[in-house]
Design a protein around this ligand. Sequence first.
Ligand code: COA
Length: 416
Amino acid sequence: MKKYIEEIVRQAKVRARQESDAEPEPGLISPVQWPVNCDVKQGLEGAITGQTEIGYVNGPKGWLIYRGLDCFDLSEHSTFEETSYLLLFGKLPSKTEMDEFMAKLNSYRTLPDEALRLLDSLPVKSAHPMSTLRTIVSALGMMDPNSDVTTVKAETEVAIKLIAQIVTITGAIARIRKGEKPLAPDTSLSLAADLVRMMTGKMPNEEDARIMDICLILHADHGMNASTFSAMVVNSSLSDMYSSIVAGIASLKGPLHGGANEAVLADLEEIGSVDNVQAWYSLSKVGKRRVMGFGHRVYKAYDPRARILHPLAELLSRRDPNVRRLYDTAAELEKWVVGDLGKEKGIFPNVDFYSGIVYTAMGIEKAMFTPIFAVSRMSGWGARALEYLKNNRIFRPRAVYVGPLHVEYVPIEERS
Ligand SMILES: CC(C)(COP(=O)(O)OP(=O)(O)OC[C@H]1O[C@@H](n2cnc3c(N)ncnc32)[C@H](O)[C@@H]1OP(=O)(O)O)[C@@H](O)C(=O)NCCC(=O)NCCS
């Protein structure tokens, strides 16, 4: 059954390779010599924060690798758990290492009762699920007596614990939002399959479980993006891993970052059908409105993650006419946006454009899309924060002051 999904990934890789010979960028793959010379633009575009062995995004060519392995190959052959191990420990695990890692993840999957009670007391139905997720991860830090130990060993343990627990929290949030009781984790299932089960209340079929696994692999790490940088900045003060992950979740929530997947679906629903795409896009151009799910700070070519998610969304859309309408609308919108801005500005679909259609086909509500992104990115946040911690120096850039100097203090009663 999984074979045809693997074939879809293989075909996506072939298309990517036909359009790109994937040359690395010399300045971004050789050791950093401090002080580093780079052209920095607003939003720290082009700034080098340090060196890493975790992952590499080749923006001009549309190439994503984790620890040397291509995201297409990982999607075809690996699992989210194995990819998390790879990101955290720098190599694919042996059978024994994988068994031990799985046993550890499984031992952490159940949430403490205090966390479940806290969830019960929060306005989970009305708050954004990312706010709930951020709050519960923060609270888990308060419940862990070792949370303030900031050695690499202790923080590695917390990262593994959170990879497991964020799945359970996300499942619980989805259920509570629908007025249902959270489900306990089922350790006989993969994290991806159990995520779908705990969110929807239904045992996923093999197709959904495998596709969710691929989604988690594809979102696990992505260079020095805003949420990863946020997590690393917090960890660099020797705060603690929970606080760092809270910062990552907070940053990912925004619509210019992880929140775009939810915004994409809202746009597709607003457009309604293929027939309305041209008029909607023309209006968005007049209003200088950004089309959610398009464009990227690094990719100026087709995002390799979108290359895989696009045909997977098409596959899943065959099962439901409503999802098919969303997919057809998205595919038509892609033609218009890429036709207009692809060559000129390097604007192509990004990871968020098709992921929402995939999740909708699995019966997952829109507000839960960004938490699913967080479930996956937990591995990248953890790996990057730990790598930096091994050779830590607190992040402390400067800003240029352009306000007045030498202003005289005027007492309040003398101010106009
Ligand atoms: C991701 C994003 C924030 C990157 O922003 P950035 O690196 O600061 O890109 P810039 O703002 O410099 O954009 C470069 C040009 O492309 C245009 N552009 C970028 N994204 C666009 C989009 N989604 N729709 C239309 N035009 C877009 C900008 O208007 C700008 O045009 P200009 O040079 O004529 O002013 C941006 O592409 C965006 O807002 N995308 C939509 C949100 C999204 O999908 N986010 C998820 C990212 S994975």
